[in-house]
Write a protein that binds this ligand. Structure first.
Ligand code: HEC
Length: 173
């Protein structure tokens, strides 16, 4: 009887490892037109149904209607499940504390805040559109400093970058 128990435990272990492997490799970069259900952080709300622009969709889901978007870095949950800017910077773009498998702070990324020179209570070199693109794609802030690894490095087309920046412009500071 003992071998039965051992076999059962072994099978459960194999099953769990299998689930992990499937979960891990199912993080397939977004395909055009394939809108994923956004992650829901504590206290966040997402507009339901369709998005009114591609920039808004990228902001909330990390998926573009035009091209495949991929990202490297970010916390573990982001690498596993993806997400949009809103998952960390909040649905209003104003940032805050992200609590999910650990905690960190994400800054205000509304366009007005980024370009104001006064940012998260600190003086900052004002962002230009080109500097915002550099922050999104290479993780370098307006002062030339590396952003930490909680900010993913995004690989998206220039059009998609313009769309998402266009959406940041619609957010109240
Ligand atoms: C997984 C969490 C996460 C996601 C998703 C994310 N960010 Fe960030 N982002 C951060 C964190 C954390 C920082 C601050 C890093 C630091 O201070 O070193 C940051 C910094 C930034 C900055 C620089 C702001 C500053 O204060 O200098 C910009 C711009 C930015 N993010 C834009 C975006 C955009 C646009 C998206 C969506 C395409 C996005 N982020 C998605 C976590 C995230």
């Amino acid at each position: 009887m003992r071998w039965l128990l051992a076999t059962a435990i072994a099978l459960i272990a194999v099953g769990l490892i299998g689930l992990f492997v499937v979960n891990y490799f199912s993080f397939i970069p977004n395909q055009p037109g394939n809108v994923r259900v956004p992650l829901r952080g504590p206290g966040t709300r997402f507009p339901s149904g369709n998005f009114s622009s591609n920039g808004e969709q990228i902001f909330f889901t990390g998926a573009s209607t035009r091209d495949t978007i991929t990202a490297t870095g970010g916390p573990f949950w982001f690498q596993m499940h993806g997400g949009g800017c809103a998952n960390c910077h909040g649905p209003d773009g104003r940032g805050g504390t992200v609590v999910m498998m650990g905690r960190f702070t994400a800054p205000n990324i509304t366009y007005k805040a980024l370009t104001s020179g006064m940012h998260n209570g600190e003086k900052h070199k004002p962002y230009t559109d080109a500097l915002i693109k550099r922050a999104i794609t290479r993780g370098i802030d307006s002062e030339g400093e590396q952003l930490n690894q909680n900010m993913p490095r995004w690989h998206m087309s220039d059009q998609d970058l313009n769309d998402v920046i266009g959406y940041l412009k619609t957010l109240a500071p």
